[in-house]
Design a protein around this ligand. Structure first.
Ligand code: ATP
Ligand code: MG
Length: 343
């Protein structure tokens, strides 16, 4: 049987990138799962703390993300849906894995390198300044490995920006298995489930991915955006001034992003979509992208509006999810402690 684990940070309402890169796949996996498969989806609050968060905004985001997950079709009777921060097994395992992780491996994480690149020494611009970054930011890929391994997950559906972190999770599973050998390996090596719909880019700056934590609200389309907000953001999406539409992610990333979004909405291939717009302009493409996105969002948005005020129901789902999560991870942690010698 498969154990599927994935997570999302409570750093804001999920956007189209989260949806096509991960969440839509979570729902598909749930609906296609066999009864013996386990599905575990986590709202990972501890990861959010690696960047400064306003406490009130974090509280709101935690509740709203849960409502969004239910609104897009995750079903608490079939999937374990819970807050990571309600299960301390993650942090305990993370500590043990930290003690098995070579620092050099963490320095090679592209997420760390890109954060470093933005923290230049004030006196010497060519020097990076690690003192500006917190230790959580350095070591959170290990926490991510713990999230996955605490459930002995076999499959992890995440966007392509998480590929390297998943590789680290496999490495750490392997290091643990070899360091604490017994009759059998404790951890299976978790596999990436490739999402057919690729990376969605920022609507304002197509050189970066669409992101919850970007300060520019117009860079992302939220799953809860109104029809007029969707239209406005797509109309003002950055493209280029070349006539006609072609799918050319290298040279025309903004237009390619719109084609990717439209293709993801209709389940087609982006270059096939591009062929239909070869003789048309960006205006026509944008109008159709807005319609297609609205078609995808209107159901979840209505469901979200219904759920967001039902705090008792949402709290109940979270509580039950945390209990079920702790049952599974508790078993793993007992085995981990026994192998390490902490009993
Ligand atoms: P943050 O900016 O706070 O990191 P995020 O938008 O990157 O937020 P995460 O919570 O970090 O969202 O990631 C949730 C899931 O969404 C992950 O599986 C990630 O790979 C995927 N994902 C995030 N952004 C995109 C994107 N632009 N395109 C495709 N998938 C994405
Ligand atoms: Mg992210």
């Amino acid at each position: 049987p498969r154990v599927i684990f994935s997570g999302i940070q409570p750093t804001g309402i999920p956007h189209l990138g989260n949806f096509f890169g991960a969440l839509l796949n979570w729902v598909k996996l749930q609906n296609d799962a066999r009864p013996e498969d386990k599905l575990i989806f986590s709202i990972v609050g501890w990861h959010a703390l690696t960047l400064p968060q306003d406490p009130q905004a974090l509280r709101t985001a935690r509740r709203e993300i849960l409502a969004v997950l239910l609104a897009i079709g995750l079903d608490p009777r079939r999937s374990v849906i819970f807050h990571q921060d309600a299960n301390p097994d993650h942090t305990e395992l993370a500590w043990i894995l930290n003690c098995l992780t070579p620092v050099g491996k963490l320095r090679r994480m592209t997420t760390w390198k890109s954060k470093l690149a933005t923290s230049r020494n004030a006196n010497d611009e060519s020097e990076v300044d690690e003192s500006l970054l917190n230790a959580g930011l350095f070591t959170y890929p290990v926490l991510q490995a713990a999230d996955i391994l605490a459930y002995k997950a076999t499959h992890v559906p995440v966007g392509e920006d998480q590929e390297q972190h998943l590789e680290l999770s496999r490495d750490l599973a392997d290091i643990f298995n070899r360091t604490f050998k017994a009759r059998s390996s404790l951890f299976p090596l978790p596999q990436h489930i490739i999402t057919p719909s690729r990376r969605i880019l920022s609507m304002r700056d197509p050189s970066s991915k669409m992101s919850k934590s970007s300060p520019d609200q117009n860079s992302r389309i939220l799953l809860t955006d109104s029809m007029s907000a969707v239209q406005k953001k797509i109309r003002s999406a950055v493209t280029d001034s070349i006539t006609g539409v072609t799918y050319d992610p290298q040279n025309r990333p903004g237009a390619a992003n719109l084609l990717t979004i439209l293709a993801a909405c209709t389940g087609e291939d982006a270059s096939a979509v591009a062929a239909r717009y070869a003789d048309k302009g960006h205006g026509a493409l944008k109008a159709d992208v807005a319609d297609a996105v609205e078609e995808v969002l209107k159901g979840p948005r209505a469901e979200f509006e219904k759920l967001r005020g039902q705090t008792e129901y949402l709290d109940g789902v979270a509580r039950q999810g945390a209990e079920r999560a702790r049952e599974i991870s508790g078993e793993t942690l007992r085995e981990v402690r026994a192998r390490v010698g902490l009993v």
